[in-house]
Design a protein around this ligand. Sequence first.
Ligand code: SF4
Length: 458
Amino acid sequence: MLMDSHAHLTLPQFDEDRPAVLARARSVGVRTILTVGTEPAEWEPAVALTRGEGEVEIYAALGLHPHDASTWSEESAESLRRWCAEPRVVALGEIGFDFHYLHSTREEQEEAFRRQIRLAKEISLPVVVHSREAERETLEVLRAEGASEVGGVIHCFSGDGEMARQALELGFFLSFSGSLTFKNAGKLREIARDIPVEKILIETDCPYLAPQPVRGKRNEPAYVRYVAETLAKLKGLSAEDIARITRHNALQLFSIGSADTEGKIAYRIRDSLYLNITNRCTNTCGFCVRNYSDFVKGHNLRLEREPDAREVIRAIGDPKSFREIVFCGYGEPLIRLDLVREVAAWIHEAGGRVRINTNGQGDLIHGRKIIPELAGLVDAFSVSLNTENEEKYRTICRPRFGAGTYEAVKDFIRQARKIAEVSVTVLDLPDVDVEKCREIAGKELQVGFRMRYYDEVG
Ligand code: SF4
């Protein structure tokens, strides 16, 4: 399910075949489009499109584009305020600076930009920002006007790494368009690769900027899939993962509601299936994604109640259709040792492979050595070691068991090594000595090592 987070469906380029354009979008999985009305003459048609009953949900962003900033007036401000009260108008934009064409003077652009941010704050809408050849000025105005209060997106991002970093710091999303697919866009792809996927939207900006392999044609929402495919390669995810994650990001930003309203028991990322069997944990890591979001890679993982083994097995389907099945979730799976054993035995019988992502505190949780109970049921463990010593572990992970937990985790790893492949994971946190952790994994514990990023659980 894709979302084209920036399209200009009201433009005359679509007058001949708008219904066919929407049908083609639907046929490739586009379920939601944000159409953008960039001047007063487009606001009413954009709102009219949001009232359509078609199979693609259309929402609108309305604003005065920097090209037209010279026409900003009290009347246009009042009119914009009125149209923004429509239920499916979910953002104010596109607004900002365009110093490439300078159709309006810099001063006029700045005045319209600032006034529209203030309006967005008054009516509590996020902003869609256009910034061309004006990186410093855009960031300055966003900061000075306190735009973080409502948040927003830098659409069709074309800035450098420093602008990306500062926009993320302000809490903004970055949206990538067809230009990400262009042969000469190596720098832009590097930026997209390096920023968290949770902060990315995708768009067509149609009818402009058609991506490869349709470059040069009129662009349309169906082509957003080419942007998703390019981003998927950069992120090492599947195009489906990117579609789900970027749509979720956009739905959250524009307060449209969530694609997933119920917590999932089983969820797919790439070709692996992850099992979410508990939200409880014996750590209270400061960085844990559970502290600030119900979602991981676009999947809702906040469980209303813990599933039983039968429900988990039903949610898995055919274990052979996945490269591996991972007990992970949004909490510590070994809290539910009996369920893990039952489901893992079923997965093995059905020809699947089992991995457990754990904090390594299973022995402390159950008051006995549990590894012998998992022999023959588990193919791999991934254990969060996280730090290079006890003191840092207690500060960062805040384990319920207090002193001695770090050594108990290391002992769990030594035991686990006897029955399965084991790797330890370590976070990319500034206080952690990654090289020391790598040494502990390789020399002391004799297991594999993997860097982990803050949004992964387990
Ligand atoms: S990051 Fe993992 S170990 Fe830490 S609190 Fe969250 S689920 Fe528990």
